[in-house]
Design a protein around this ligand. Structure first.
Ligand SMILES: [Zn+2]
Length: 359
């Protein structure tokens, strides 16, 4: 009798301990979110053009900060999760480099090794091992065996929106899609796999190209502000530039913590500026986690006069767009995640009079 009481006490004790432990575990378990952020670097060096460079010591500072506060996951893990509607641990981030510079191997790779951080490099395959400042295939093989993935940045880093003389719309689309498909093939021949990820050179695209690539199974990456979520446009995924004037960790920190803005409709359907632009951009928003009154939109550093009606935000477009790349950014503080912002960016691309685009 006495023994069975002891047995019961032991059972109750152990099962309540187990309950307590599982409760503590679940309480400690991190929240999962339909959100991630992608950073975009170019050079990691102190002797390259400042506008696209992150100094090695600053880059080391970024990675130390990420190691402390973020989950750095492979880009493909994040994209696969979000495309299938799988939630990710909060504060998940991917690191990408464009252009395949040798200084990534020299200055960034050792730091990535130190933290065991995965990353993705977008390259122009014909330039690899040829141009003096480029990675070699041998370096790519080493990096590939140590956590790096490689993806498509076109054959030759052209401005994809440039038109050749007398080129029709369909001739243009055929030419640029061929460029991308050939680059994918050359890359696959060297590395043995094909992610079908494209980073648009200069972040430039239009809707026809974006749709053609989606149709061919590509996921494409641009360069403008915003988090990524399952509702993102996988034909033009935002990435935050983290080099040049954007390398300052004080401002970059806010971007790392940003949330994908739930825009359910945008009346601007093509980022290319044409002769007959609408006067307004009208955004329909899912404002369940922010106040409409707290949404702010910015154009060239100036806050814009917007109007709102329920969850619809009307943003008057500028009368003049500059030649080249520009964007309207909208942000709103999250109610649930204090100190963090929803972030949306609408890019615009305007050609020169001759139809070409500046670097
Ligand atoms: Zn590039």
């Amino acid at each position: 009798m006495r023994q069975s009481i002891i047995q019961i006490v032991i059972i109750v004790f152990t099962s309540s301990w187990w309950l307590f432990a599982s409760y503590a575990l679940s309480a400690k378990q991190e929240p999962k979110l339909n959100n991630s952020v992608i950073l975009q670097y170019h050079h990691v060096a102190d002797d390259t053009p400042a506008i696209t460079s992150t100094r090695p010591d600053v880059f080391a500072e970024h990675m130390a900060y990420l190691a402390e506060h973020y989950h750095v996951l492979p880009l493909k893990t994040i994209i696969n999760a979000l495309r299938t509607g799988t939630l990710l641990p909060d504060r998940t981030i991917a690191i990408t480099f464009d252009d395949g510079y040798a200084n990534i191997f020299e200055h960034a790779h050792p730091i990535m090794r130190q933290y065991n951080f995965p990353y993705t490099i977008f390259v122009n395959p014909p330039a690899i091992g040829r141009a003096g400042n480029q990675l070699t295939w041998k370096q790519i093989a080493i990096m590939g065996s140590q956590g790096a993935d490689f993806a498509n940045h076109t054959l030759d880093h052209v401005h994809l929106l440039d038109r050749l003389d007398d080129e029709t719309e369909s001739e243009w689309l055929t030419r640029v899609v061929n460029n991308i498909e050939r680059a994918e093939k050359q890359l696959t021949n060297q590395i043995g796999y094909s992610l079908k990820y494209l980073a648009y050179p200069f972040g430039e695209f239009n809707t026809a190209l974006k749709d053609a690539l989606v149709e061919r199974g590509y996921v494409s990456f641009a360069q403008y502000s915003g988090g990524v979520a399952s509702f993102s446009d996988f034909g033009a995924i935002p990435r935050f530039p983290a080099g040049g004037r954007y390398a300052n960790l004080k401002t970059l920190r806010t971007k790392m913590a940003s949330l994908a803005f739930p825009v359910t409709n945008n009346t601007i359907t093509d980022p290319v500026i044409t002769g007959n632009m609408p006067e307004m951009m009208v955004l329909t928003l899912d404002n369940s986690d922010f106040y409409m009154s707290m949404v702010s939109c910015f154009w060239q550093g100036e806050r814009m006069e917007t109007t709102r009606n329920g969850n619809v935000l009307t943003v008057p477009l500028p009368e003049q767009f500059p030649i080249g790349r520009s964007r309207i950014n909208c942000t709103a503080p999250s109610k649930e995640h204090r100190g963090r912002y929803y972030w949306y960016s609408q890019p615009f691309f305007k050609a020169r009079a001759d139809g070409s685009f500046p670097d």
